[in-house]
Design a protein around this ligand. Structure first.
Ligand SMILES: O=C(O)CCC(=O)C(=O)O
Length: 282
């Protein structure tokens, strides 16, 4: 499933798309399943306070993302632990990971995107980092708000954030990019899966299409030698589905750094501990 060329691309760029990992029929079943689940009303862990600075007409309030459904829904759990995802993750990471999160994004027409961020800012997996498997459920392009990634950011430490433009992002913080670094769009077809590590800076455009959803089903994993992950991601699961005891990160926030210039080169220097946009210097 992961060819030598895929492996090389991932190690050079920090992300790779595996095309057609799930069939169009399977993806259509997931799409219909989660649309029906969303229509049943409020679900565990729904939290529309994420959708900041918006009125009642915010499309994201009608279609909030579904979070951690694998904890109570077997279809979600089976997908998170699917042997095809496990085979790709194991090939890319060099050993089997642990699974910690599912998210189903609906992103209807008119919805804002998500500002540039690094997943390990939230997951705080240690040692090592986390990894996403992001499955396109609809065709994803620039018009309906595809994902954007910053190639080469896979080796960056976690960066302290700056305020984001909440007219185009439902989150209010973003990662500052150094000169010369720029996101690229990842165009995907239903059933394609994008893998990227927890340092990769990524985000998405608003959905500016007239009437298309940009749905995606996302699994988050942590490397198989991690001993620690943020409190909200417990219990972690082994890929055979058995739960696993890990330490919860004791930090209220995350250690982050800032861009500095050293000997004519850009580097990230530790600054302090950030908790939701506020950094306490260390
Ligand atoms: O799907 C998106 O728009 C953003 C998803 C994301 O950033 C993530 O899975 O970490």
């Amino acid at each position: 499933m992961v060819t030598a060329a895929d492996w090389q691309f991932y190690h050079d760029n920090g992300y790779v798309v595996i095309h057609g990992l799930f069939s169009p029929e399977e993806v259509a079943r997931y799409r219909d399943y989660f649309m029906a689940m969303r229509a049943t009303g409020p679900l565990p862990l729904d939290d529309t306070s994420w959708y900041l600075n918006s009125g009642d007409d915010d499309p994201l309030k009608r279609y909030p993302r579904i979070i951690q459904s694998h904890r109570w829904d077997n279809v979600s759990k089976q997908w998170l632990l699917d042997p095809r995802l496990n085979a790709c993750l194991t090939a890319l990471l060099g050993r089997e990971p642990f699974a910690v999160q599912t998210m189903f994004y609906f992103k209807p027409a008119g919805a804002r995107g998500q500002a540039l961020h690094q997943d390990n800012y939230y997951l705080k997996a240690r040692p090592g980092t986390c990894m996403a498997a992001w499955m396109a459920v609809d065709r994803c392009d620039e018009a309906n708000g595809c994902l954007q990634v910053v190639p080469g950011s896979q080796d960056w430490d976690v960066l302290c954030t700056e305020p984001a433009d909440t007219s185009v992002s439902f989150t209010d913080i973003r990662v500052p990019l150094p000169p010369g670094a720029a996101p690229v769009s990842v165009i995907m077809e239903p059933g394609d899966v994008l893998f990227f590590n927890g340092s990769i800076v990524h985000g998405s455009f608003p959905n500016s299409s007239a009437d298309r959803f940009r749905r995606s089903f996302i699994g988050h994993y942590i490397e198989g030698d991690s001993v620690q992950v943020s409190k909200g991601y417990h219990p972690a699961l082994r890929m055979d589905g058995t739960p696993l005891e890990l330490e919860a990160s004791s930090l209220e926030g995350v250690r982050c750094g800032v861009w500095v210039e050293k000997d004519g080169l850009r580097a990230i220097e530790p600054l302090g501990v950030e908790y939701h946009g506020v950094t306490r210097l260390e």
